[in-house]
Ligand binder design. Structure first.
Ligand code: T46
Length: 132
């Protein structure tokens, strides 16, 4: 399974906490894009696609949600609920995000610019590509 939970170093003192994310240092790829997801709802799921080439790191800055990851052979469920842990997702991983807590905020760092052509949004197409 092409994913990893990465503990992120926290710089904390009496004022609060800070986490720094640096391209190709504590993030295992060059960062080309950052986006964030907010105003989610517990009954609405997102994702349901894979990426042919994109790598990403997802951090639940606030709140929690569940990621279901699938490489075509295995499926695993991961709860993201800490701002000091990043979920690295490599290429060719089907993902679904669900069970968002109210107010959940996800920040995502991506290895490339947005390109809809690079998405696989049909699970059967995804499965076929994994056996080739
Ligand atoms: C992923 C998960 C974790 C853009 O115009 N630019 C962007 O950079 C992105 C990410 C999306 N969009 C547009 C495309 C759609 O019209 O925003 C709309 C919502 O995107 P989508 O339905 O793909 O959102 P999610 O939450 O299902 O998936 C997103 C990312 O697309 C995806 O790469 O891995 O978050």
């Amino acid at each position: 399974m092409n994913y990893q939970l990465l503990p992120l170093e926290v710089h904390g003192d009496k004022r609060g906490k800070l986490v720094s994310l640096e391209s190709e240092k504590n993030i295992p790829f060059e960062i080309r894009r950052v986006y964030y997801i907010f105003d989610t709802l517990p009954e609405e799921s997102r994702g349901q696609h894979a990426h042919r080439t994109l790598e990403q790191l997802v951090v639940a800055i606030d709140g929690s949600c569940q990621f279901v990851l699938d490489d075509g052979k295995e499926r695993t469920e991961i709860w993201l609920n800490r701002p000091d842990v990043g979920l690295y997702i490599g290429k060719n991983m089907w993902r679904e995000m669900k069970h968002f807590s109210y107010g959940c905020k996800l920040m995502i760092l991506a290895s490339d610019y947005y390109d809809e052509k690079e998405y696989i949004r049909d699970y059967n197409v995804f499965l076929k590509e994994q056996v080739q």
